[in-house]
Design a protein around this ligand. Structure first.
Ligand SMILES: Nc1ncnc2c1ncn2[C@@H]1O[C@H](COP(=O)(O)OP(=O)(O)O)[C@@H](O)[C@H]1O
Ligand SMILES: [Mg+2]
Length: 344
């Protein structure tokens, strides 16, 4: 049901590989991962009465412009996470939509840019005294030297990629030799600069947020690592995130974070809002923390336009907060519409 919202023409932008088939019949959960988000958004918005078209784009802007001029959508549902295969170009697509004056869902280009580099967001937040892991950045070709202020163990990641690309058990290093090895791995195999961060032992918490100026923080969510092999670091590797069989075997689950004191919940809530404001995030985002055994939440990463497929963190947290999946998507649409109105 459309509810209070009028019927909209919605153009869903996504990567061609994310374009969903008509039905999920005959596909395994693992196979569905690539296009599940597109499928859930498309089918839910159609069932709600909206007129929805889907457009796969990757190398050309012209099809976007043509479709917008010909069909005149009320809003673009922006599920694009890259352009020319480059994750950092997501902000340019949002900028383009802004320049051609079409309302779009999710984060504005400045927020996308500020949240993107795993170093930049931490620099901005530490100015506001928000706890972040200490770190060093290693551009490609630079010799790997560990600054004295940075103790071991460290975790080595790509500076700019997400979806745990390049993150495995070996990412956590406890010697200078392993640090150099892993930085070289990121430079050569992932092809980006590397960041080495102080490894924060503790629980993994995710906080979903909806809103432009007024922010609604959803209940704190936790990734539970189940029974990883002996001696494994409890981190969200690519395997932990995307290997369905492995998740089942190891009992890896996500759900509401239990046993947080009301004070800590309130602290995380406030921190999350300050982070969203500092990084100029709007629309919908998810802020990731590591909670130390002493109860200090460290900022790890901000994810503007996070995963919103059914049964993933964002949607589950919304449902837990009394918002149906359908209502959540309508909210994302109306946030896109109201931002465009404000800009005029
Ligand atoms: N400084 C850190 N301390 C402890 N664990 C970390 C740290 N940085 C990243 N991780 C682990 O690695 C995962 C992926 O890192 P993240 O920076 O979120 O990259 P991505 O953008 O690929 O998701 C996190 O969810 C967390 O489990
Ligand atoms: Mg992450």
């Amino acid at each position: 049901m459309v509810g209070t919202m009028k019927r909209l023409r919605v153009l869903v932008l996504l990567h061609p590989d994310q374009a969903p088939p008509d039905s999920t019949k005959g596909y395994s959960e693992q196979e569905m991962l690539a296009w599940k988000t597109g499928y859930d958004v498309l089918s839910t918005l159609r069932a709600a009465g909206h007129d929805v078209r889907i457009l796969g784009v990757q190398h050309e802007l012209k099809p976007i412009r043509d479709e917008i001029e010909a069909w005149k959508p009320d809003i673009v549902f922006n599920l694009l996470e890259e352009f020319h295969g480059e994750a950092a170009y997501d902000q340019n697509v949002a900028s383009y939509l802004e320049l051609i004056r079409v309302p779009y869902t999710g984060c504005n280009p400045r927020g996308l840019m500020l949240a993107r580099g795993k170093d930049l967001s931490k620099k901005l937040l530490s100015y506001h005294r928000i706890p972040v892991p200490a770190f060093a950045v290693y551009p490609k070709g630079r010799k790997v030297k560990r600054p004295a202020r940075l103790g071991l163990p460290l975790i080595v990641k790509s500076l700019s990629e997400d979806a745990s690309i390049g993150i495995a058990q070996k990412s956590v290093v406890d010697t200078d030799e392993k640090l150099a090895e892993r930085v070289t791995f990121i430079h050569e195999r992932i092809g980006t600069a590397a960041i080495a961060e102080q490894f924060i032992e503790g629980r993994e918490l995710y906080v979903a947020v909806l809103g432009n100026e007024r922010l609604r923080v959803l209940p704190v969510w936790e990734l539970e690592f189940g029974t990883l092999a002996q001696g494994s670091n409890r981190i969200a590797t690519a395997k932990v995130k995307f290997d369905v069989k492995y998740q089942e075997r190891r009992g890896i689950l996500q759900g509401p974070a239990e046993d947080l004191t009301p004070e800590l919940r309130a602290r995380i809530d406030r921190l999350t809002k300050r982070i969203c404001r500092t990084l100029e995030l709007d629309g919908y985002s998810r802020i990731d923390f590591r909670l130390t055994p002493e109860g200090v939440p460290y900022f790890i990463e901000a994810n503007p336009n996070p995963e919103i497929a059914k049964l993933e963190v964002f949607a589950d947290a919304a449902i837990h907060d009394g918002m149906s999946y359908d209502a959540m998507l309508q909210r994302i649409l109306s946030l896109g519409m109201s931002r465009a109105k404000r800009i005029g």
